[in-house]
Ligand binder design. Sequence first.
Ligand code: SAM
Length: 342
Amino acid sequence: MPVPCVRVPVEDGEATRQRLADADLLVDEYAITHEDGQLYIPVADPDAVPGDLAVVDFDAPARETPTTPADLLGFEPTYERLGDVVILDEDDPERAREIADAVMRSDVRAKTVVNRASKIKGTERVRDWDVVAGDGTETVHTEYGCEFELDLAAVYFSPRLATERHRVVEQVARGERAFDMFAGVGPYAVPMAKAGAEVVATDINETAVEYLRRNAERNDVADRVTAVAGDVRDVVSGAAGGAQSDGGRERGGYEDWADRVVMNLPHTADEFLDTAVALAGDDCVLHYYDIQHEDDRFGPGERAVRDAAGRDYDVTVETRRTVRSYAPHEYNVVLDVRLERR
Ligand code: SAM
């Protein structure tokens, strides 16, 4: 559709565009177009254009720039995306509602906007959410080429750990045995299986394990993932029932089984170190997550692993890494520790 445009030679384009912007005459709905050495700059009010500029009717195309929440709000809101759910962390419910409305009206792909309503809590590490706009907390999130179906009101999941998870997955060798002690919906277990590992994954949250099984199917690795709901201590010792077949030998549990163990339960992982050591085969890497004060981020974890390993294993800390800041002066850290049986 023809719209009023200022026509200028291309070489005068930027200066003219700036003049029109200063006079608040630019329109966002149509694109500035280049044709035969001339620029056509759509304007809001042709009568207000300075007399030295030529105004013509021109068929300028509609602009395809997506509208962002910031365009509608006039400020840049902070939010995270998990699939098609948008996550806010706003103390003021009015501000949360204002941002949620803008997100829904913008071109951001969102079916629901939620605001954090509690800290992560309890054994299952799930938080409460206020649904501020839209409906439903179930979504499909993509991370490094794997798809994860989950309901964030029923399971733990943090997209912020993607880089750290990928760092671990990159260490996995085809054919190794990897045990994920606190697996959630499978963001370590599924890509480790994709990398060729035989994976056993446990979680005490039955809903998380249901999603984990679905995610193994969804990513075509169900044949390499055994997902077990229950307390990992019972699963490893065999108290939870179930048996593993080891070279024709049937026995309960997973003792002496693993080449790699992932322990992503940062506040209380130390309480599970005896179980991790029981799981470890002759040569096994533990990925031990911890939350510690900035003054000594790695010392307490390292001492706890050495205590648990006792005289049975040589212990080598291969990596000490800060994953992210957790609270003022506190950090989420990881130790990659190799246990080699003496
Ligand atoms: N690794 C997953 C991830 O990165 O999304 C989930 C990590 S989340 C911090 C810890 C998980 O440990 C929760 O899903 C919780 O239900 C599970 N959990 C807590 N205690 C457990 C136990 N004793 N045995 C097995 N799983 C447990």
